[in-house]
Design a protein around this ligand. Structure first.
Ligand SMILES: NC(=O)c1ccc[n+]([C@@H]2O[C@H](COP(=O)([O-])OP(=O)(O)OC[C@H]3O[C@@H](n4cnc5c(N)ncnc54)[C@H](O)[C@@H]3O)[C@@H](O)[C@H]2O)c1
Length: 352
């Protein structure tokens, strides 16, 4: 195989990043698209030059022309479509989070092992060039043992509504939507230690703040101010078997002065700041140094990270290499995320 024939299932907001990246990739051919919304499917097919259009993903999966699929539907459909795609012999790139529950995650993992197909989880932050650079530093021991990591992604007014605010389709609010990226990024940078306990809190205090005037925010296509069944904010502390800990807080709405993002890790020999911009903290000759790597972009660049993620997927298919974000990591993240929700519901720390 020299060209991978791909299809994209689910043609909403994030699909454009998949479609564009496939279109630009010399070894990928965007062959088909699928959405239950036929008009949307026709429009995207015309825009991105896909020759086959489907409204039923099962019919798409029966098409033998297709080698691989991107799954860009709501979270509640990830497990069902992943398993059907693997069983149909397709390689799978599934958007984050892997799915909604640990039980679903384990079923997807079993299908990957049974079918021998490749599955890559769309943890796009891992594919950012700065993250890959810092991971190389960390693997080389530059930061020593990383024992504390923390991330914060705060929106004061940013509940997108639609499926994001519908727990049946999303599985949760800012924790499963944004927290998944932040926890995965920290955990990956820490070298993926084994989580042993989680303690979490979730709050539904402010709702979606739909009454706020004079300040706009991103709204899903099917935004309905009256429908919101997810948490406003969540925080958590995860403890690992090597004694390291990770803390995170995320929100869709909060009485914060402004939106903010921060991702930091601390080791015995140095520290790392990833968000909002890359910095390395170290010491030399009894002096603390804040080092600024000279890179093309000091902050996260979504478009290039996405191109890297898609490029990696195609490379893995063509070479048989294992993905950087395999199904096992998707399962581990579901255990942490669901553990946080469970801990919050019980009001106590839980063992994983
Ligand atoms: N990597 C990232 O940073 C990132 C960013 C945004 C969203 N996402 C993820 O991407 C996924 C989609 O999010 P979105 O914001 O694009 O949602 P969206 O609502 O904009 O798009 C989802 C699409 O799926 C379609 N769909 C629903 N059921 C379907 C079915 N049975 N078959 C085919 N199509 C179906 C819908 O009609 C819609 O067009 C989610 O899992 C989300 O977490 C990832």
């Amino acid at each position: 195989m020299s060209t991978v024939r791909v299809a994209v299932i689910g043609l909403g907001s994030i699909s454009d990043s998949h479609l564009t990246s496939y279109q630009r990739h010399p070894e990928a051919r965007l062959y088909a698209v699928c959405d239950v919304n036929e008009e949307r499917a026709r429009k995207k097919a015309a825009e991105f030059g896909a020759e086959a259009i489907y409204t039923d993903y099962r019919a798409l999966l029966a098409d033998e022309q297709i080698d691989a699929v991107s799954i860009c539907t709501w979270n509640n459909l990830h497990a069902e479509i992943c398993i059907a795609a693997l069983e149909a012999g397709k390689h799978v790139l599934v958007e984050k989070p892997l799915c909604k529950t640990v039980e679903e995650a384990l079923r997807i993992q079993e299908a990957v092992h049974r079918t021998g197909r490749l599955l890559q989880v769309g943890f796009v932050r891992r594919y950012d060039r700065n993250v890959q650079m810092l991971r190389e530093f960390a693997a080389g021991g530059e930061f020593g043992d990383i024992y504390y990591a923390k991330a914060s992604a705060i929106r004061r007014l940013g509940n997108p509504g639609g499926w994001f605010a519908d727990i049946e389709r999303s599985g949760g609010g800012p924790l499963i939507d944004i927290g998944v990226h932040m926890i995965d990024l920290l955990w990956y940078m820490m070298g993926r230690p084994k989580p042993v306990t989680v303690s979490g809190n979730t709050y539904r205090k402010l709702g979606n703040r739909a009454h706020i005037r004079h300040l706009s925010f991103y709204k899903a296509a099917d935004y309905d101010a009256a429908h919101n069944t997810v948490e406003d904010m969540a925080n958590a502390l995860i403890r690992f078997d090597n004694g390291a800990s990770l803390s995170v807080d995320v929100s869709f709405t909060l009485h914060a002065k402004e939106d903010s993002i921060s991702t930091k890790l601390y080791g015995t020999k140095g520290g790392i700041e990833i968000d909002p911009s890359v910095t390395i903290v170290t010491e030399k000759y009894n002096t603390i140094l804040n080092v600024t790597p000279q890179v093309d972009r000091t902050g996260f660049h979504f478009e290039s990270a996405f191109q890297q993620e898609i490029g990696h997927f195609i490379e893995c298919i063509l070479t048989g290499k294992q993905p950087l974000s395999p199904v096992e990591d998707g399962v581990a993240l579901m255990k942490m995320l669901c553990g946080i929700y469970e801990s919050a519901a019980l009001g106590k720390e839980i063992a994983l």
